[in-house]
Design a protein around this ligand. Structure first.
Ligand SMILES: Cc1cc2nc3c(=O)[nH]c(=O)nc-3n(C[C@H](O)[C@H](O)[C@H](O)COP(=O)(O)OP(=O)(O)OC[C@H]3O[C@@H](n4cnc5c(N)ncnc54)[C@H](O)[C@@H]3O)c2cc1C
Length: 247
């Protein structure tokens, strides 16, 4: 208790961050960019998360977990992609440039950095589950990582795809194939429709003897359904990595 309630908040207080950007994205999501104030920032692996405290002192113990969405190669700033869902997340858009906030992290084991032998990354995201995937992709650009990546990204419709334009640009910068899966597609839509099912996965998973791992993040229902679909396709459990946005 002493560590959690006294030592850790005191450490966070000594390493504050300044808000430098609050940008609206599609799907009620905000890109929040912070820069360290008077310290060297935080080293993290792409895909990990941190606890964010805003509006209060770290001693108030009112923190919320969010995946880091920025490149882990850039330590002069950190970014989050935060979807408005409840009391705290509804206030993100009100944060002002210059405002002091605190982060505690990094935490979590959801990162391709832990599986160096992966030849092809398969990322499966639903909704704001795209946040850790943005970190993975942005980091790959900064590292000049030339491994192929397939991103299957489930969204309600074409206008609710957060980071849609940046993902199109990343397809040019990386060996990345983005497969949008839309619940309610536009009339002239030629792509995948509905949810990320075993049939959708079978059409897009790497073929042949290539070693691939699947990184999966999205709403709970989607995680369970995609995990079951991967099992049906006989993807070994140890090749499937999940991040649950639910403690
Ligand atoms: C490891 C981890 C990583 C995460 N990463 C991210 C991330 O990168 N981006 C992100 O956006 N989120 C992420 N989350 C989820 C995020 O932490 C929560 O969405 C956030 O803490 C919710 O706080 P809140 O006060 O806004 O919501 P709360 O007010 O606590 O609401 C919690 C839940 O109640 C529901 N709820 C709230 N108000 C209403 C209402 N009026 N009507 C109906 N339902 C309601 C919401 O749907 C929500 O699911 C992550 C969670 C974990 C555990």
């Amino acid at each position: 208790m002493a560590y959690l309630r006294v030592y850790k908040p005191w450490q966070m207080l000594r390493r504050p961050y300044r808000v430098v950007g609050v940008q609206p994205e599609r799907a009620s999501t905000w890109s929040l960019t912070l820069e360290p104030m008077g310290h060297g920032g935080m080293r993290f692996q792409p895909g990990q998360f941190a606890w964010l405290t805003a509006w209060r002192s770290p001693f108030a113990a009112h923190e919320h977990p969010f995946s880091l969405s920025s490149s882990s190669e850039q330590t002069d700033k950190v970014g989050f992609a935060i979807k408005e869902l409840g009391d705290f997340t509804a206030t993100i858009g009100e944060l002002q440039p210059g405002q002091r906030v605190y982060i505690d992290g990094p935490y979590g084991a959801f990162s391709p950095d832990r599986y160096a032998d992966v030849e092809h990354l398969v990322l499966v995201a639903g909704g704001v589950g795209i946040a850790p995937m943005m970190s993975i992709l942005r980091t790959m650009v900064d590292r000049g990582d030339e491994r192929p990546v397939t991103l299957l990204y489930g969204s309600r419709d074409w206008d609710s795809i957060a980071f849609r334009d940046e993902l199109a640009e990343l397809e040019g910068a990386l060996k990345l194939k983005v497969v949008h899966v839309l619940e309610r597609p536009p009339e002239d839509w030629q792509g995948e429709v509905g949810f990320v099912t075993d049939q959708v996965l079978a059409r897009h998973l790497p073929q042949g003897a290539v070693r691939y791992d699947v990184f999966l993040c999205g709403p709970l229902g989607m995680l369970n359904a995609v995990e079951a679909a991967l099992e049906k396709l006989q993807v070994p459990q140890k090749r499937i990595h999940l991040e649950r946005f639910d403690l």
